[in-house]
Ligand binder design. Sequence first.
Ligand code: PGA
Length: 269
Amino acid sequence: MSKRVAVAAANWKMNKTVAEAAAYMTELSAAMKDVSGPVEVVVFTPFTCLARAAELAGAAGVGGQDCYWADSGAYTGEVSVAMLKDVGCTHVLVGHSERRRRFGVPEPELTGELGEVFGDNDFTVNRKLLAGVAGGLTPCLCVGETLAERQRGEIDAVIEIQLRRGFQNVDAGTAARMLVAYEPVWAIGTGEVCDADEADRVCGVVRRAVAAIYDAATAEAVRILYGGSMKPDNVEGLVARANIDGGLVGGAALKMETFRPIIQACAAR
Ligand code: PGA
């Protein structure tokens, strides 16, 4: 069994009102009391729900789904790390593929000029990560290849470059305490889960890249989550693998009925 404590992270995306968030967090606290085994739970909510979610979070962490790197200023529509801290956040998600120009996501209406609104790249993601760290949040850095990159056999190279750029100027101690989520873009919200052997292989690529950037101890400590259509019926097979330390869960984390078994499987691994 791994020495690393598993992480079950919920990414609500653009879902839930404040009232729904409160009901969910209350259910989550109850569910966490029944879980046996070590596990960390983090819930990434829309900005509008964060304050209420943090009030009711109990032992769970709460995080923003994005942040901006400046402390304050003329950045209409952005939210700073200090603002996330102010409402009780512990974590921040950076570089989710749905914020990186939605590449690979089959939504024809969001290509071209409309797609430009989702503007993150490896360099903005690095700034957001550094701002999160400087502000005392634990970042969860998302990486992953598109279907086209997979078909061209570029998976490992894409992951390595995303990590090298994402971790620029991040010291080893910080990297060791961070979360990295491997989310193959083609598996997100599609119901098409990456099979456990391949998910473990690519999480191993992530771990080796961290070892190459830093050292073996940092790679051994960093928690690497799998994300992309994780569900109660595939979670056990995924988190049983040596390199998968938990999940970043979208659809199945919206209801406690499906998130609770995922938390339990993470705790039991
Ligand atoms: P999904 O989303 O579980 O709905 O595929 C995962 C994610 O995008 O973080």
